[in-house]
Design a protein around this ligand. Structure first.
Ligand code: KG4
Ligand code: ZN
Length: 338
């Protein structure tokens, strides 16, 4: 008789189709609570390039066309068969409704067919738990989600209990990176392009005024920096100096607000996640801040399916009831208490 391995993990599939990336990941959840990312496959859509933004209907169609292949790749990477899956998680919101529905319906159908529990995940909960790939997240902690669509600061008292304590009043951090990169002709996506150009620029080459100093709330603002960048560009500032100076002030702003919140609420740990968390200058600044900063592992900062599986693992560990088949897709879905 073949001996059964002890401590077999639960294999959780995670699907994210909230915007223009088709992401499928597999995470192993061990009985003691340890998690391990076994696969993380992403198909990044390029059909939107000529439109200057994401076209919702094209995104949905592309998800439909790609999801089977991405799923197959993910299972292959994880070295498992579909029948080995013990739970399925998919993003239900926020995002583009048509795009979300593709992954959500796929996930529900799969879970139903396999007879395993299905969990609907909040996209931002996914971004936060992406960091669980690197360290066990022990609440309470702060979570700063900085992406192309979000700049949100949460106080996480425990899994499933999220209090939004600050957010951007205008543009998201990633959106500002993207817009300033476009303005200075540095390329797309703007975040990596700015980070790359910044290495050759002078962070004091362009004067930016740090936003929202003196506020008593924990909010962020990036539109003033965008305007200042436009004026500096017109006045002849180099793309490199613009990139270096903008990156420096953006990082300073994000860090200062977060540090003040951590001090006021007596939090020692901060999870920094979302696409902008891939930024090296940001990681270094938070790493040297005195807080315990936890970032997602490689490939888990920007939208992906593994982070949704990690959110599923956290939900399962916390004893959350699986969702019914009536969980719907929601374009607008604030992350409050789940
Ligand atoms: O999380 P994400 O994939 O999508 C949203 O849910 O929005 O984040 C994408 C954003 C883009 O704005 C991109 O420019 C930014 O993350 N980003 C970066 C870096 N890599 C990606 N921003 C700054 N530095 C980076 N290295
Ligand atoms: Zn995202």
């Amino acid at each position: 008789m073949t001996p059964q391995p002890l401590n077999d993990p639960l294999l959780i599939l995670g699907i994210d189709t909230s915007c223009d990336d088709t992401g499928v990941g597999v995470v192993a959840l061990y009985p003691g609570g340890r998690v391990e990312v076994r696969a993380n496959r992403i198909w990044s859509q390029t059909v939107h390039a000529s439109y200057g933004g994401v076209m919702p209907e094209l995104a949905s169609r592309e998800h439909v066309e790609r999801i089977d292949a991405v799923m197959e790749d993910a299972l292959k990477e994880a070295g498992v068969k579909v029948a080995d899956l013990g739970a399925v998680t998919a993003t239900s919101g926020p995002g583009l409704v048509g795009a979300l529905l593709v992954g959500l319906m796929y996930g529900k159908g799969l879970a139903q067919g396999l007879g395993v529990p299905f969990y609907a995940a909040h996209h931002l909960e996914g971004h936060i738990f992406a960091a669980a790939s690197e360290a066990e997240l022990q609440a309470p902690y702060l979570a700063l989600v900085v992406s192309g669509g979000h700049t949100h600061l949460f106080d996480v008292a425990q899994v499933g209990e999220y209090r939004l304590i600050g957010a951007t009043r205008d543009d998201a951090a990633g959106e500002a990176f993207d817009k300033i990169a476009r303005l200075a002709d540095l390329g797309y996506p703007g975040g990596p392009a700015i980070a790359e150009a910044a290495q050759r620029g002078n962070p004091r080459g362009v004067t930016f005024k740090e936003p929202m100093t003196g506020q008593s709330s924990y909010d962020f603002s990036f539109s003033g920096l965008k305007t200042a960048a436009l004026l500096a560009h017109r006045a002849g500032a180099s793309g490199e100096d613009l990139a270096a100076s903008f990156q420096a002030v953006a990082v300073k702003h994000l860090l200062k607000v977060t540090l003040r919140a951590a001090h006021d609420l007596d939090r020692r740990t901060v999870v920094v996640s979302g696409g902008v968390a891939a930024n090296r200058a940001l990681r270094e600044a938070f790493g040297a801040s005195g807080l315990r900063a936890v970032f997602p592992g490689q490939g888990l900062n920007t939208d992906n399916g593994a982070m949704i599986a990690l959110a599923g693992a956290a939900a399962i560990r916390s004893g959350r009831e699986p969702g019914g088949l009536d969980d719907g897709a929601a374009a607008y879905a604030p992350l409050a208490n789940v």
